[in-house]
Design a binder for this molecule. Structure first.
Ligand code: FE2
Length: 303
């Protein structure tokens, strides 16, 4: 079975036409979505009037979902939404726009850095599905970077240098970039770094990709300055404009992306005055990217 897909970028990102995600998908339709994700890494579905239940039902058809309990900024049950949906809006529990100095807002600013969802977990995210419920008139685009194309464009010497490197990822690394450093002892232990390969291979296609993220802050066996220098160089390379697609949201868009093959970030908008209500469901990757124990369990925190 094939599904209708219109390419939105020369390298990746497709718009899927003719599917209503509110109804159960057939086995062949699900297989077609996985194949399309392997190829395009980001898929856009327009005019999908999903409520939370329908979004969860759709996502569960693509793999085991992972809870979105808030860790640092909201305890399970305290937020607006159920624990299986990450609330990436700028709204508090009473549906009011968060104040400029709200700790949760400051923490969420980390989503404006290029990252891969849940790379701070031993088993990171596979797919993220983001539903646009209320969209601001301007700003708040989500940008995606094709990490396969970024890998392919490296020269042979760099590919050899990084082929077997293992990075350490932690929420504390990404939040520290924005100066967010006041953690409790418990949070410090919860957010202990986990290890991931820097170069990953898609098990279905064999294509390699760079597994970068703002959460990556160290390389095993390297000094910190050398590691940060390399990670910054690779991130600058991977987010050159030719590898990037900006998604301009419309209400009722549903966008899914493969965190193994892409990075993303949200762009600035007038977030203390206009509402942006977007909600994420997330599927779990197949397992750790390197052999390891401990670290952040699968069921903690958004990212
Ligand atoms: Fe994200």
């Amino acid at each position: 079975m094939t599904i209708g897909i219109r390419a939105l970028h020369p390298l990746f990102v497709g718009e899927v036409e003719g599917l209503d995600l509110r109804r159960p998908l057939g086995i062949d339709e699900i297989a077609a979505i996985h194949e399309a994700m392997d190829r395009h890494a980001v898929l856009v579905f327009r005019d999908q009037r999903l409520d939370d239940e329908a979004q969860l039902a759709f996502t569960r058809q693509l793999g085991p979902i992972v809870a979105a309990t808030g860790g640092l900024i909201a305890r399970p049950g305290e937020g607006r939404l159920g624990i299986d949906i990450a609330d990436l809006s700028n709204l508090d529990e009473q549906d009011r726009i968060m104040a400029a100095d709200d700790r949760r807002r400051l923490y969420n600013l980390g989503n404006r850095l290029w990252h891969s969802d849940r790379s701070f977990c031993v088993v990171p995210a596979k797919y993220s599905a983001l539903s646009g419920r209320r969209i601001p008139g301007s700003g708040g685009d989500t940008e995606f970077a094709d990490m396969r194309a970024a890998h392919d464009a490296l020269d042979a010497a760099m590919r050899a240098t990084i082929a077997d490197l293992v990075c350490e990822h932690s929420l504390m690394y990404s939040r520290a970039i924005l100066g967010f450093t006041d953690y409790t002892a418990e949070e410090r232990s919860t957010f202990a770094p986990v290890r991931h390969r820097l170069v990953r291979t898609n098990p279905r296609t064999g294509r390699k990709s760079l597994f970068l993220s703002a959460h990556a802050g160290a390389i095993v066996g390297w000094s910190l300055p050398e590691a940060r220098d390399l990670l910054r160089e690779l991130t600058e390379h991977a987010t050159r404009r030719e590898f990037v697609h900006a998604h301009r949201w419309r209400q009722d868009d549903l966008v899914i992306w493969d965190n193994r093959q892409t990075m993303h970030r949200v762009r600035r908008f007038d977030d203390t005055r206009t509402v942006r209500d977007v909600r994420r469901t997330t599927t779990l990757d197949d397992g750790p990217t390197v052999e390891q124990g401990g670290g952040v369990p699968a069921r903690v925190a958004r990212g």
